[in-house]
Design a protein around this ligand. Sequence first.
Ligand code: FPP
Length: 261
Amino acid sequence: MFNSSPLTAAQAAEEVKTGAAAQPAAGAGARPRHVAIIMDGNGRWAKARGLPRLAGHRRGAETVRRIVEAAPDLGVEWLTLYAFSTENWKRSTEEVTGLMELFAIYIRREGRELKRRGARVRFIGERGRLAPDLATAMARLEADTAGNDKLNLTIAINYGGRDEIAAAARRLAEDVAAGLLDPACVDAAALESRLATHGFPDPDLVIRTSGEMRTSNFLPWQTAYSEFAFVDDYWPDFSVERFGEALASFGARQRRFGAVG
Ligand code: FPP
């Protein structure tokens, strides 16, 4: 599935085990600093086993825990996870409620551990439609981990990339209307500074599991120059080893950002 790479999956897995520093060995390719993941395939994982869809999401939450734990040892400084899109409200009430409960459980069970491990947790997405208890728990975890810098973990809940860009455009328009901004100064940097991800480095690598090859409104502005890795595993089956392979595939690529190589 992935290009051949100077860093093998076995080496990557070994680094996770040993906690070896993220420095690539001489001659090895670069590591992505910011990895964004579209966690897809929970429903199909469950269906293949004759289980309810929520069972797939529960297993998916375990994968989240493993990948978050492994990320810093693999040199990943920023990890952004697509947990719930603005379109996911179209699912059954049972599934939506179950997912919201899972997010609350994750925060409750993992929050302290994330803090202890030095993760700074942030959430992006529109919070107005979330249950007040969940929104409060999210804000509390953000505040509790605000001083951490070992891993920047961002979880996208009720996130839609087009909505995010539209909201940024609205803020620009408001600032222009209020006389705070000259229309001639509306450029990419001005818009970026009004995105939810302002100040984040753009994702170097986007991984999507489950064999689907689309981006589904995930960080459309921020991924303009990202590399993509599409992995066949359903998200509950996505292992640290496969994560290492995806990171290694990135090291084999040449990024030109529009320039001649
Ligand atoms: C997409 O798979 C997955 C989701 C919409 C939910 C993602 C949620 C988790 C991984 C659970 C926990 C997350 C956190 C942050 C604790 P799908 O259900 O659309 O799969 P399908 O395409 O096979 O139906």
